[in-house]
Design a protein around this ligand. Structure first.
Ligand code: UDP
Length: 346
């Protein structure tokens, strides 16, 4: 029997702490749509209202919002919120008669895991992030270390399977006690959406570009670990050598990013590097395929990308990439064939 048939009619509750449109949420959206097309009944709980909740509603997916606070907070009010959230999530999952709980972000794993155990159900943790960034301060590093210890302890008792988005992520968490639960499953992308030959005419006018302009682009939320500052420094060198080239910075700051000033810093840097007229900050866009079609090269300057959907999307559109040689990039790029790997900050 086709093993997928065993899941027909099963009810899976997906839990995510956030509701922005970062790669983690876009990946979850395609999972939820994918399992539904195979007869599974997906239900989603998000810790916040936001664009992801809206996108799920548009797709007709059953979605609710429960503020799951933060288990890692020392603020008594947040702790009370978290405990209440646990009860709410438990009631919701019991009422919805879910067969499995699948968690999609750090903040959701422990909550989903506890509720699944209380209900005697299995739980899958989907790990899409590393626990440290190159830019972390020593204080942040200590804080993150504590979070990882709690997570690993939780994973030992609460997770039945742990899906990692790359081998790099799997190796990051491997510690002997949970290794048998770790499984690598790469993110999929929608090949009907990311197609070679996407129309771009409307963009030329909107972005004031000439058809002959060469375009180099970065698609990433505005967060320092994504390394946009290195992209701009590289842009200045390219401009010096090639003259007329336009650089697109596609993406915006996510609500939880603490570095509010990063965009201002980048705009100032572009101006100081003499790129004021050559760099276009587009903000968050929902027409990434067309913007990629317009680009000659796609760049990813992240310090360490857990997976990097953008690389695979560019590949689907036959666009060469230049990316930092770390994390998931080492698994999604064939150096010298589908793109070029360069040391971070080179
Ligand atoms: N993206 C988007 N609009 C933007 C910038 C990016 O829809 O303005 C999408 C991009 O196409 C990709 C995702 O956001 O699917 C980013 O995923 P990735 O894994 O590269 O990075 P993450 O956000 O998970 O750190």
């Amino acid at each position: 029997m086709d093993s997928r048939r065993a899941f027909v009619g099963k009810r899976i509750l997906y839990v995510d702490q956030k509701s922005n449109m970062s790669g983690a949420r876009l990946s979850l959206l395609s999972i939820v749509k994918g399992v539904r097309s195979h007869g599974v009944v997906p239900l989603v709980i998000c810790g916040k209202d936001g664009p992801f909740v809206k996108a799920l509603k548009t797709e007709g997916i059953d979605v609710g919002v429960i503020d799951i606070g933060s288990l890692f907070s020392t603020d008594p009010r947040r702790i009370v919120t978290s405990l209440l959230a646990l009860v709410k999530l438990w009631c919701h999952a019991a009422r919805a008669r879910v067969d499995l709980i699948h968690t999609n972000s750090f903040g959701a794993h422990i909550f989903g895991g506890v509720v699944a155990r209380l209900l005697g159900k299995k739980t899958v943790w989907h790990i899409r992030e590393f626990t440290e960034n190159i830019e972390d301060t020593p204080q942040k590093k200590r804080w993150r270390k504590l979070i990882v210890s709690i997570l690993l302890l939780g994973a030992t008792f609460l997770a039945d399977r742990i899906v990692c988005v790359s081998k790099a992520v799997r190796d990051h968490y491997a510690n002997g006690k949970i290794d048998h639960k770790l499984q690598v499953v790469y993110n999929g992308i929608d090949l009907d959406r990311f197609r070679y030959g996407e129309g771009t005419d409307y963009l030329l006018e909107e972005l004031s570009l000439d058809a002959e302009d060469r375009v180099v682009s970065i698609f990433a939320r505005l967060s320092p670990w994504k390394g946009h500052h290195w992209f701009l420094k590289g842009a200045a060198l390219i401009k010096e050598r090639l003259g007329r080239v336009k650089f697109l910075v596609v993406g915006s700051r996510m609500e939880y990013e603490i570095e509010e000033d990063y965009e201002r810093h980048l705009r100032n840097l572009a101006r100081d590097l003499g790129l004021g007229n050559d760099v276009i900050f587009t903000g968050f866009r929902s027409d990434v395929p067309a913007l990629m079609a317009l680009s000659d090269v796609v760049v990813s300057t992240s310090s360490k990308e857990p997976f990097g959907r953008v690389i695979v999307e560019a590949g689907a559109m036959m666009k060469p990439v230049v990316a930092s040689s770390s994390g998931g990039h080492l698994e999604t790029i064939v150096d010298g064939v589908t793109g070029l790997l360069v040391p971070y900050a080179d």
